[in-house]
Design a binder for this molecule. Structure first.
Ligand code: ATP
Length: 657
């Protein structure tokens, strides 16, 4: 008989460790920590909901300046100030008697905001209804009478539509089960041919409209449609550029808004003229798609290209981003104007996480086969361990690294220490997550998700196959309540015009000798349709030459190849890490950089997996950044292996109490 004890949700058997060595390993990974012990966020959930920090309205310049002008009073979507206090009190009273762990599972963990008319379709997708939650509870409670379980099984596919005909309950390995469920979810929400065509037609139509209103202008698409990272209800981000470069002026914003309204093109039109980035928001009458239009800014077009390169280079990035986006959306933590995490910040968080993940760096695991483990690791890192107070994320020279906040000189001081700092890959002085002021709520949601999934995994691991049938792991943290979809990921069947156009834009730019006074060169005109399709298969447009690479800073570089200890999968790039060595500053351990005391662990130089330093001699753009991550390889392996063990024992002790 198998000895009773923690079981691992992974491939390899546990290696038993002495407590002392476990503590040592933990300490090495305390680079992310403020406190060494995990903090159970459920326990203070009720109290924390009323924490005034959560309800603080953003103090960033854009929200202060922001004035919304109404074009159509009846139809305009007011972005209301959250009615948090009222809702919170209700919740606290209602939930007094409930166990705190039920909050996230009941979806009560998010701050409720009053909804505007334009969020009707979003309302449809967000499941916060009690009935549904009861159904979820009924499938997770072990000792329910069998008739209740039968009812639950019948409703399961309504709750977790991505599981339709995709039961994974026979999977012995629970981590495979989550991975398969994540793949099902991605396939469920990926766009059908018709959805892509609708988006394509909408942007073509809008481009024509813009040309009609301002013949010197054109419309470009960026954001999630141009990166293929959109959920079914995601908006389309567009930017209008012109030869004169003056379309950001408020008079032009109103001119366009009036045109959209009087010609029946847009509804729920909102002109936000005084924001840091002035925009028009509206819903396209033909397609019901939400459209955001900004003016005269090219950075979105640039970043779309960079993100697509990231997607090509980073297996698992799309899957994790979409799952995390939907997770945050379910909790209304995805809107920047209410302090949530925007799409770009999510992409940056996940990209950094995947590139710095020890088991991916050492090629110990394959990302696409381990999406479930990676999702849990992500929730654990950003929910429990990451030191938001001290660490920023950097993507300088296209290398994701951790950067001590104190080394980011251009980072404006913030009222709260619990803030996210993510350097814009295009502009290191810009913190793209500066408006995401509800880091407390985001962190709590991630932490709760980690607890729920790990408990669920433990529970299902112990359950009989009969009791597992029809159950979902992902469904405990993600809700999708839109119209029924058909698992049609038809991205291969039809071109996404936003991507093609973005490629053409970059192609044109790389071909032209850029005359900055003649910005027309970079515009995409309606006549570019010819360039897009002109006698050749649209698919060929993907095969465009790369734009010239950015000039690298003059620093001594040396490429090192980490010797592979174990070959697990064949289809992998060799780990080829660029080691940028400082001429001046000595290398430091990340523990020191992040204010954590050195525990005198002897780190062998040969085990250094990443070392990066910038030339900090010049201006602010070369501001001092020294990021090292030197972790003993065996330590890393032990840490990740031991993590499941800790989880399992936490779950056991929880069960016993
Ligand atoms: N803080 C920022 N700084 C610079 N650019 C930003 C910032 N926030 C957003 N953007 C630009 O706007 C684009 C769209 O941002 P958004 O947050 O809507 O993400 P998205 O990927 O379109 O996600 P979603 O599908 O949720 O709309 C980004 O890709 C980026 O180009």
């Amino acid at each position: 008989m198998r000895k009773k004890g923690p079981r691992r949700v992974g491939k390899k058997p546990f290696k038993r460790m002495r407590k002392s060595s476990f503590n040592k390993i933990q300490k090495k990974f305390d680079v992310f920590h403020e406190e060494i012990d995990h903090f159970n966020n459920y326990e203070s959930l009720t109290l924390d909901i009323s924490d005034p920090e959560i309800v603080t309205i953003s103090d960033d310049e854009s929200s202060e300046d922001e004035q919304t002008f109404k074009v159509d009073v009846d139809k305009i979507n007011h972005k209301n100030i959250p009615e948090v206090v009222h809702h919170t009190e209700d919740k606290i009273n209602k939930n007094d008697s409930e166990t705190t762990e039920d909050h996230l599972e009941l979806n009560n963990d998010f701050i409720a905001f009053s909804e505007s008319d334009s969020e009707e379709d979003e309302k449809k997708e967000i499941d916060d209804g009690d009935d549904d939650n009861k159904a979820i509870l009924s499938v997770t409670t072990e000792q329910l009478p069998s008739n209740i379980n039968i009812r639950a099984k019948k409703t399961t596919n309504d709750e977790f539509p991505w599981l339709l005909n995709h039961d994974h309950s026979t999977q012995r390995d629970i981590s495979k089960w989550i991975t398969l469920e994540m793949k099902d979810f991605i396939s469920y929400i990926s766009p059908s041919r018709q959805e892509i065509e609708t988006r394509n037609k909408t942007i073509q139509k809008l481009r024509k409209v813009v040309r009609r209103v301002w013949p010197d202008s054109t419309l470009h698409v960026f954001g999630s449609y141009a990166t293929d990272l959109y959920l079914p209800g995601s908006d389309i981000d567009c930017v209008i550029t012109s030869k004169t470069g003056n379309k950001e002026h408020r008079s032009y914003l109103y001119e366009l808004a009036r045109y959209l309204k009087s010609n029946g093109i847009g509804k729920q039109i909102e002109v936000i003229a005084k924001a840091r980035v002035p925009i028009i928001k509206f819903v396209d009458v033909g397609s019901d798609l939400h459209i955001d239009v900004s003016f005269e800014r090219l950075n979105g077009i640039e970043i779309a290209k960079i993100i697509r390169t990231w997607l090509d280079d980073t297996p698992g990035l799309r899957e994790l981003v979409l799952v995390i986006k939907q997770f945050l959306k379910s909790r209304r933590l995805n809107e920047v104007h209410t302090g949530g995490l925007g799409g770009l910040s999510i992409v940056c968080l996940v990209y950094s996480f995947l590139h710095l993940h020890p088991r991916l760096r050492t090629e110990d695991i394959d990302a696409r086969d381990n999406l479930g483990v990676l999702l849990m690791d992500f929730f654990e890192l950003y929910g429990k361990n990451f030191s938001y107070e001290k660490v920023a994320l950097s993507f300088q020279d296209d290398i994701p690294t951790y950067l001590p906040k104190s080394h980011w000189r251009a980072l404006p001081p913030s009222r709260s220490s619990l803030t996210l700092a993510i350097q814009d890959p295009l502009d290191i002085s810009n913190n793209i997550s500066r408006s995401s002021y509800n880091v407390t709520g985001i962190k709590k949601a991630f932490s709760g998700a980690f607890n729920i999934i790990s408990n669920k995994c433990y529970e299902l691991n112990q359950a009989t196959f009969k009791d597992r049938v029809g159950k979902s792991i992902l469904g405990n943290i993600i809700k999708y309540k839109g119209d029924t979809r058909h698992f049609k990921d038809e991205r291969e069947l039809v071109q996404n015009r936003a991507i093609v156009e973005n490629e053409v834009y970059h192609l044109k730019r790389s071909r032209s000798v850029i005359d900055l006074d003649n910005r027309e060169d970079m515009f995409l005109n309606p006549s570019d349709d010819e360039l897009l399709t002109g006698g050749q298969d649209e698919r060929d447009m993907y095969r465009v030459s790369e734009p010239p690479r950015k000039k690298q800073k003059k620093i001594s570089t040396e490429t090192i190849t980490i010797p592979k200890k174990k070959k697990i999968k064949k289809k992998k790039r060799p780990v080829n890490v660029t080691k940028l060595i400082s001429k001046r500053a000595p290398s430091k351990k990340i523990d020191e950089l992040m204010g954590i005391e050195d525990d005198n662990d002897d780190i062998n130089d040969n085990d250094t997996i990443m070392l990066k330093e910038n030339d900090n001699s010049a201006d602010d753009t070369k501001e001092s950044t020294l990021q090292t991550m030197r972790v003993d390889a065996q330590t890393r392996r032990d840490y990740w292996l031991s993590k499941g063990q800790t989880l399992a024992s936490v779950s056991i002790s929880k069960k016993n109490t």
